[in-house]
Design a protein around this ligand. Structure first.
Ligand SMILES: Cc1ncc(COP(=O)(O)O)c(C=O)c1O
Length: 396
């Protein structure tokens, strides 16, 4: 027989809610002392928790103890000022409180009627965002609701949705001009494009969407320019293919390069190609200067130049791509094996955390300013640490 469930009543919820806020505040206050990258091995968690959901309830105190004992040792602390891997992820105190509120309201906004405030707030706030990044008027919903945006769960999802929308739009257009063609005939000829530096989610969108996807070669600044796209379009049209989608990237994952929209946009327009812009990381930087003070993170740029200067002063290292926002791509002058060994020793020391990328044939270390608590002192610490490990490696 199952035990009578013990649920948290409203009195306890008030008490525990306040304790949870304190727990999170303590977490942030002491985050710098936690090791940024965990020491655990794959499969560490399973032996520490029951095989199936417990029959007996536990006290809130015990649950929180388990968080410290079992969960925290396996957490990579993305908001640590020593986390320089991947890209920054959003976190702010107002956003945390908003998450609590939306969890409390707990509605599902799948249509206007299912919760009018959901749809209306989303529409208005996406207009705010559109205005902040200076999008043309037709991208905004405004009062007549002509344009407008919707929030997707991730950048990958946004690319997939737009690719599918572009696919449908193109199939309809081509069928209206050639009624004898089936959707399958057209699908087999559709081709989508993205930079050879685009995120893997673009290729995945092509696979899920059942269309060909081709890389456009980027130039020596890892940027796609108009002539590179034109060349491929010309070849593909001649081969009977139907170009329908181009994913431009503003802020590529490996090195934060920017495709040349001013050249690419008019080509896509002329060629009837849907241009999607993946600005997963760099999008927020397009907020107009007068709004910049509202942005958490853009000041992440000054610190990246500080790190870049430290790298440039050390003749053993090289910078591998232009530093525009908060990402510095750098490496030891020398072989890929040497740089792989440097990254290994950095991550094994667990003092800071970095991930690599490949730029053409080079193995490169990415130093991304991620946490909003990073200050110059953390940059100096990280560089001193990296250069000492490099010295050890080169003297070994
Ligand atoms: C340029 C770019 N696009 C897409 C993604 C994938 O983002 P998401 O995890 O939100 O799908 C990333 C992740 O780093 C990225 O850098």
């Amino acid at each position: 027989m199952l035990p009578t469930p013990v649920s948290m009543d409203i009195t306890e919820f008030r008490k525990r809610g306040k304790e949870m806020v304190d727990y999170i505040a303590d977490y942030f206050e002491q985050l710098e002392e936690r090791q940024v990258y965990p020491d655990v091995e794959p499969g560490y968690l399973r032996p520490l928790i029951p095989d199936s959901a417990p029959q007996e309830p536990e006290s809130f105190e015990d649950v929180l103890k388990d968080v410290e004992r079992i969960i925290m040792p396996g957490v990579t602390h993305w908001h640590s000022p020593y986390f320089f891997a991947y890209f920054p992820t959003a976190s702010s105190f107002p956003a945390l409180l908003a998450d609590v509120l939306s969890g409390g309201i707990g509605c599902i906004g799948f249509s206007w009627a299912s919760s009018p405030a959901c749809t209306e707030l989303e529409t208005v706030m996406l207009d705010w965002l559109g205005k902040m990044i200076n999008l043309p008027e037709e991208f905004l919903a405004g009062k007549d609701g002509e344009g407008g945006g919707v929030i997707q769960g991730s950048a990958s999802e946004a690319t997939l949705i737009t690719l599918l929308a572009a696919r449908t739009k193109t199939i309809r257009r081509v069928q209206s001009e050639n009624p004898e063609l089936t959707a399958a005939d057209i699908m087999s000829k559709l081709v989508a494009y993205a930079s050879d530096q685009a995120h893997s989610s673009v290729e995945r969108a092509g696979l899920i969407g059942g269309v060909k996807i081709k890389n456009i070669p980027s130039d020596d600044k890892f940027t796609v320019c108009g002539s590179a796209l034109k060349k491929v379009l010309h070849e593909d049209r001649a081969a009977g293919l139907i170009p329908f989608f181009f994913c431009a990237t503003l802020g590529t994952t490996p090195c934060c390069s920017f495709d040349r929209l001013l050249e690419l946009g008019p080509i896509c327009n002329k060629e009837n190609i849907w241009m999607h812009i993946d600005a997963a990381y760099a999008g927020s930087a397009f907020i107009c200067p007068e709004f910049r003070h509202l942005l958490n993170g853009v000041e992440h740029v000054k610190l990246s130049h500080e790190f870049e200067n430290l790298v440039l002063q050390d003749k053993r290292f090289e910078i591998c791509a232009e530093v525009t926002l908060g990402l510095v791509c750098f490496r030891l002058k020398g072989s890929n094996e040497l740089n792989e060994a440097l990254l290994k020793s950095i991550n094994e020391a667990r003092k800071i955390h970095l991930v690599p990328c490949h730029l053409r044939e080079k193995f490169v270390l990415r130093f991304a300013i991620c946490s909003r608590t990073v200050e110059s002192v953390h940059i100096q610490f990280a560089w001193k640490h990296i250069s000492e490990l490099a010295t050890e490696l080169l003297n070994a």
